[in-house]
Design a protein around this ligand. Structure first.
Ligand code: CTP
Length: 420
């Protein structure tokens, strides 16, 4: 049974072109058994009809503080909610919520409620990337607000970029995860402990996507955000491990984790080989480029000189190289982002690269893998054992990965031959 079944969900809908998707979010929540109370802002009415949402929800749409007989609808709605979902959440709503500007029913409900809140931003890329929006979101996250980040794709007006509302299935899955308690609070990561079950274990984690320069302003990159690798590093540190994180991102890192900032596959390779031999666990979560430009143009390539032909050279496969010289007892974990034949491809990678565990995901599924806060993975062991981690926040996936790692490590940080 879905964790939203029988729960009271206030669904806030703001004024944006993505408001039409809120209708599908509403329908899916109701289908899953939730009691959905829709609240539309004045702007939302420009995009969808109140009648549509009222017909699909469990109660008629609420729009202002003044309609209906209840003199304090915001307090009642906020107090009785088990969850408040805002989809789409506009830049204005995020700003008002972050700063306590309670100018309409929805912002009043958000400030009055003590239930968990899940915001699903959607806006044009320029707005999404603006520091004011990102700062408001960071503030909300630091207070525990859950966020389903927008996706990259076609936006209103034909532009393509980040800012498109996440798919309704992703939003409902996130709502279920919040109510199931499988999403940790969106608070800043706790400082790592110096004691714990992994105390004395040395762990190396790589995270993010490498950038291979073409000229001083351009690079070949990939969509990895580094969030999963960072979550694994944080989880290992919280268990008391001594963690080095080789990362291509500037995501925050708790005190106590040693961060090594790299950009290219070659830099990542150098950083990893310097640390890996002394480690008990190496987790290669980074999306390392398979090819790099053979030569980097010293000056920016100019259009007037014609379409450039960029010759590529294969990079070192860092995971495979580590697999070839793996010290006895080291646990080597690889990742595989696949779009088809996940088990077969991942199993082949595990064997070819001599890894002990391989974390595979189907990045074509909604809300899974690159750029999302959520993931769904299959952890494959070298004996072919499979452990499915259902759709969850990346920190919960990190917990499952570290549980599997711990299962193949002996207490002193050495592997259990029985198990391997
Ligand atoms: N990897 C690596 N060095 C590379 C490429 C990949 O260490 N140059 C590691 C990744 O960190 C990941 C694993 O290998 O842990 C799988 O990466 P992936 O790109 O999925 O595998 P490929 O070997 O590139 O296989 P394919 O191109 O067939 O998908």
């Amino acid at each position: 049974m879905s964790s939203v079944a029988g729960r009271r969900v206030v669904l806030g809908v703001c004024g944006g072109i993505a408001a039409y998707k809120a209708v599908e979010v509403c329908r899916r929540l109701v289908d899953a058994g939730a009691h959905v109370v829709p609240v539309m802002t004045a702007g939302a009415s420009h995009f969808i009809g109140e009648t549509t949402l009222s017909a699909l929800a469990s109660e008629p749409v609420r729009r202002t503080l003044w309609d209906g007989a209840d003199p304090i609808p915001h307090t009642r709605l906020g107090q009785t909610a088990d969850l408040v979902v805002v989809a789409p959440a506009t830049a204005r709503l995020l700003s008002a919520y972050a700063h306590g500007y309670s100018h309409d029913l929805l912002t009043n409900v958000l400030i009055a409620t003590r239930a968990p809140v899940l915001v699903c931003p959607a806006m044009h890329t320029e707005m999404w990337e603006h520091p004011s929006v990102q700062d408001n979101l960071a503030l909300l996250r630091s207070r525990g607000t859950h966020v389903v980040e927008p996706e990259t794709g076609r936006l209103a007006g034909g532009d393509v970029g980040a800012g498109r509302l996440a798919e309704p299935a992703t939003i409902v899955a996130a709502a279920e995860a919040v109510l199931a308690g499988t999403v940790p609070g969106a608070t800043a990561p706790a400082a790592p402990s110096t004691t714990g079950p992994m105390s004395g274990v040395k762990v190396l984690v790589t995270a993010g996507g490498t950038r291979e320069p073409i000229d001083p302003v351009r690079f070949i990159g990939n969509r990895s955000s580094g969030k999963q690798g960072h979550a694994i590093a944080e989880e290992a540190a919280e268990r008391g491990a001594d963690v080095t994180l080789v990362t291509t991102t500037d995501l925050p890192v708790p005190d106590g984790i040693e961060r090594v900032r790299v950009d290219t596959a070659a830099e990542l390779h150098r950083a990893v080989v310097a640390v890996a031999p002394a480690c008990d666990v190496v987790v290669m979560a980074a999306a390392v480029a398979d090819f790099t430009p053979t030569a980097v143009a010293p000056d920016k390539l100019k259009k007037r000189d014609g379409v450039p032909v960029v010759e590529l050279t294969p990079t070192v496969d860092v995971l495979a190289a580590l697999g070839e010289v793996k010290p006895p007892g080291q646990v080597l974990v690889g990742f595989a982002a696949e779009t088809a034949d996940v088990v077969a491809n991942a199993t082949e990678k595990l064997q070819r690269k001599n890894a002990d565990l391989l974390v595979a995901n189907d990045v074509s599924a909604p809300g899974v893998g690159f750029e999302h806060d959520t993931n769904e993975v299959l952890i494959i062991g070298h004996k072919g054992d499979q452990h499915h981690v259902p759709f969850a926040h990346k920190r919960d996936v990190a917990r499952a990965v570290m549980d599997r790692v711990t299962a193949v490590l002996q207490p002193a940080g050495r592997p259990d031959e029985e198990m391997t």
